[in-house]
Write a protein that binds this ligand. Structure first.
Ligand SMILES: Nc1nc2c(c(=O)[nH]1)N[C@H]1C(S)=C(S)[C@@H](COP(=O)(O)O)O[C@H]1N2
Ligand SMILES: [Mo]
Length: 248
């Protein structure tokens, strides 16, 4: 057991982790929930087919020897927004992840606070829809842990991820959001996530295609529907016609 230092206690208190009973979050999510009505039937079908085959299965995790020498960056690799440039110039010390929408406890989490939550490290394969794959080692916190703190209310069905490269966004159903391999990651291959790969914090959801894994996370919103976000299809690439679930 690590001693609880004053700093650690301060960070924990400011998360309201002490003296609160954590219920809800991912605990109440039905594992048999049917594909939501907002999906077009082709997407709903492929999602149902995927679930029939894999259920809540974990994707394969690899060994250190399998790690790709270079984790090929794709899409945005250096966001130009004023807000992002300011954060990067200061080594992301002022970074906060905002968690809001349909939650009982909106959160504003520093990287130090996120690191105090239980960590998970996983070596997984990243599959881009363009047809290439890379294997990397990611460390972060399970998204389910953060949702437990925020306490989504009963109307919440989806988690929407907003990014610092303005215009990019993504969404997951609560089932994917609560999967044990779904992480908010701050380390790639034992180092802080490089800017090219989504610094300081990016989503990892290795059962789904690369474009689901939003980089440069700015804000996470719990919503009942994503039809009023962006083009209404649940993500930047989905708005160009790509599948929403995008299972691998
Ligand atoms: N914010 C943001 N997230 C993003 C993208 C992007 O352009 N912006 N590209 C996506 C795509 S298509 C892929 S394959 C992966 C690439 O992650 P990488 O740069 O770490 O390889 O990030 C995804 N997440
Ligand atoms: Mo991709």
């Amino acid at each position: 057991m690590k001693p609880i230092t004053n700093r650690r206690r301060f960070l924990l208190d400011s998360l309201a982790l002490t003296g609160t009973v954590m219920l809800g979050g991912c605990d109440g999510i039905s594992r048999t929930e049917w594909a939501p009505k907002v999906l077009n039937s082709a997407t709903a079908l492929s999602r149902a087919a995927q679930r029939a085959l894999t259920g809540d299965a974990m994707v394969e995790e690899f060994s250190e020897a399998d790690i790709s020498p270079w984790f090929r960056p794709n899409g945005s690799t250096d966001p130009a927004s004023v807000a992002y440039r300011a954060l990067a110039a200061n080594g992301f010390r002022d970074y906060r992840l905002e968690v809001g929408g349909l939650v009982t406890h909106p959160l504003s989490l520093s990287l130090d606070q996120l690191r105090l939550l239980p960590n998970r490290t996983q070596i997984t394969r990243h599959d881009c829809v363009e047809g290439w794959s890379v294997i990397g080692k990611w460390t972060g916190v399970q998204l389910s842990r953060v949702l437990q703190l925020a306490q989504p209310n009963a109307a919440a069905r989806y988690v929407v991820f907003h990014c610092y490269d303005d215009g990019y966004y993504e969404s997951l159903g609560l089932d994917s959001a609560c999967h044990p391999q779904t992480l908010l990651a701050w380390e790639l291959n034992d180092k802080p996530v490089p800017i090219a790969n989504g610094a300081p914090l990016r989503l990892r959801v290795p059962r789904q295609l690369g474009y689901k894994m939003a980089k440069y996370l700015r804000r996470i919103d719990l919503v009942a529907s994503f039809k009023d976000t962006g083009g209404g299809n649940g993500g930047y690439w989905e708005d160009q016609g790509y599948q929403w679930y995008a299972g691998i």
